[in-house]
Design a protein. Structure first.
Length: 248
């Protein structure tokens, strides 16, 4: 798909993979809606994009809150006149053993990683259907393909993302000419570990940096761009992208 002039929503655009992808989308000529809760960061990113000749607006959005998501999508559609691309990327990974019973953190992961992604899909889909084309890219994970001890709930949420993504592709690909892609990264250098409250797991995750060369956010942004820029009749359904030296 030619991205120049296309209108894209990126959730989780305030840091990490989302911010890197938003920059590449804007550099390719897309008009980008930058969505997340940390609006100061979004404003800074939007300024950076505009300074380099791109187009972007900051959209304060909590993906857990359906009204916030609907309002954010409406703001983007009003600003640029439609919607072509959705990068459902917001997520978090506060991992711990199940027996630690951090039920609040389990619920938070389900709310953001699964229900949040469904909220933004629900708000965006009618606009893509109206256009008769579009592309939805969902950030799943290696944890959406395999299960790891300590990551039971996170893996459950990312397996749900993978299943939802494939089901969506089956329903809207042929019927509405909408492509649907699941991105499944391994270890990427982002802020994702910052929210791990279990010190042991946080140290373990940080320690992985000494064992392998983490992917950069740009590496994953490039894979998203690959899927988006494929010819219109090509739906890159899944992209499983790992550090070369990731041994699991
Ligand atoms: P970051 O922590 O850097 O980014 C997470 C993004 O999600 C932030 O922009 C954050 O914005 C946003 N977010 C979190 N909660 C909400 C919410 N309630 N509403 C709106 N936005 C929210 O980590 P990553 O870039 O790594 O994470 C992006 C995605 O990549 C996630 O889905 C993650 O699970 C996935 N992933 C990451 C891997 C890695 O190794 N880093 C590997 C595989 C998948 P804000 O706080 O401002 O709202």
């Amino acid at each position: 798909m030619e991205l120049n002039g296309k209108i894209a929503l990126v959730t989780g655009a305030s840091s990490g993979i989302g911010a890197a992808t938003a920059l590449k989308l804007a550099a390719a000529g897309a008009k980008v809606g930058l969505a997340a809760r940390r609006v100061v960061r979004l404003d800074k990113l939007a300024d950076q994009i505009r300074t380099t000749g791109g187009e972007a607006i900051a959209i304060e959005m909590d993906v857990v809150d359906r009204a916030s998501v609907e309002a954010g999508v409406a703001k983007l559609v009003q600003a640029y006149g439609g919607l072509d691309i959705v990068f459902n990327n917001a997520g978090l990974m506060p991992i711990s053993d199940v027996e630690a019973l951090k039920v609040g953190e389990w619920h938070r992961m389900v709310d953001v990683n699964v229900k949040g992604l469904m909220n933004s899909t629900a708000a965006a889909l009618p606009h893509l259907i109206e256009r008769g084309s579009g592309h939805i890219v969902n950030t799943s994970s290696i944890a959406g393909r395999k299960v790891f001890a300590g990551l039971a709930v996170y893996c459950a949420t990312k397996h749900a993302v993978s299943a939802f993504t494939e089901g969506l592709r089956l329903e809207v690909g042929k019927k509405h000419n909408i492509r649907v892609t699941s991105i499944q990264p391994g270890a990427v250098d982002t802020e994702l570990f910052n929210h791990i409250s279990d010190e042991g797991y946080r140290d373990q995750m940080e320690g992985l940096r000494d064992q392998m060369s983490f992917l950069s956010c740009d590496n994953i942004a490039d894979t998203v761009m690959f899927a988006l820029q494929a010819p219109a009749h090509v739906n890159v359904a899944e992209l499983f992208v790992l550090p070369t030296d990731q041994p699991w």
